[in-house]
Ligand binder design. Structure first.
Ligand code: SF4
Ligand code: SF4
Ligand code: SF4
Length: 247
């Protein structure tokens, strides 16, 4: 019997769910190996007997809270896809604003109709089996994950920082141009796509493990006379929730 797959969305742009639809040719191969039984973006049928449930979006409303608990109960394996689901993502920016101000700004005099709570990743509410970070998630990584899990192997995210991929690509480091970049403190796996277009890494794949962070601190100080804490202070776009756990 084929594994039964579901794809759900909480508060987000749903770009990571859409990225699955954009897989085009590869999607046909995936459909040969699995049965998609619940996917609001792509089909009308709904089943709640799920082997692997993928969820994008952050838990940001009371409704999200109920939904993620339901998805967890119905899914044997739960996978957070995209920065919103793995780290709270852009949604967590609201956690640093006055609630009445942003609610009034977004909903005007209808704000009372849209209850909200501080945004958090899925793992803040339920147990999550796997995380595929990034904004959006990396499609190739999603495909690799599906292959690995369907063949009964164990999935591991890359442990290196983005700088490793950047150097492998031969990209000139942005610190050489005096631009602060979050690559040294961010988990690799995106092939350092932002620096390859001249843009700084914004940390959408989450912070590297403590040892890599320590090494980044030493390198930044020795090579560019930059303090690690100044770099980490720039994490807020995607890292507001992570900031709480940093050294
Ligand atoms: S991680 Fe980015 S692309 Fe994915 S749902 Fe969140 S905002 Fe959209
Ligand atoms: S700091 Fe940024 S630009 Fe420099 S190597 Fe690392 S990822 Fe690339
Ligand atoms: S370079 Fe940084 S911001 Fe850009 S996709 Fe990779 S992790 Fe995300």
């Amino acid at each position: 019997m084929k594994p039964r797959i579901a794809i759900f969305s909480l508060t987000s742009c749903e770009g990571c769910s859409l990225a699955i639809l954009e897989l085009e040719d590869c999607l046909l191969d995936i459909l040969g190996a699995v049965e998609i039984v619940n996917f609001r973006e792509g089909m009308t049928e709904r089943s709640w007997d799920i082997d692997i449930g993928f969820v994008d979006g952050a838990v940001s409303t009371p409704e999200d809270m109920k939904e993620i608990e339901h998805f967890r109960e119905c899914s044997k394996v739960l996978v957070a896809i995209g920065a919103c689901a793995t780290h709270g993502g852009l949604n967590t920016l609201k956690n640093y604003q006055d609630e009445s101000d942003y609610r009034k700004y977004v909903y005007g005099d209808q704000a009372a109709r849209f209850p909200t709570i501080p945004a958090q990743p899925l793992s803040g509410v339920v147990d999550v089996d796997y995380q595929l970070p990034g904004c959006p998630m990396v499609k190739e990584e999603f495909l690799e994950f599906v292959k690995v899990v369907l063949t009964g192997r164990t999935w591991h995210l890359p442990e290196d920082p983005v700088c490793v991929e950047c150097k492998r690509n031969g990209t000139l480091c942005l610190y050489e141009k005096g631009i602060m970049c979050l690559g040294p403190v961010t988990r690799a796996g995106c092939n350092a796509i932002c620096p390859s277009y001249g843009a700084k890494c914004e940390g959408c794949r989450g912070v590297v493990h403590d040892e890599a962070l320590k090494a980044a601190g030493i390198n930044l100080r020795e090579q560019y006379d930059v303090d690690l804490q100044d770099v980490l202070a720039d994490l807020r776009m995607f890292g507001a929730y992570q900031e709480k756990t940093l050294p």
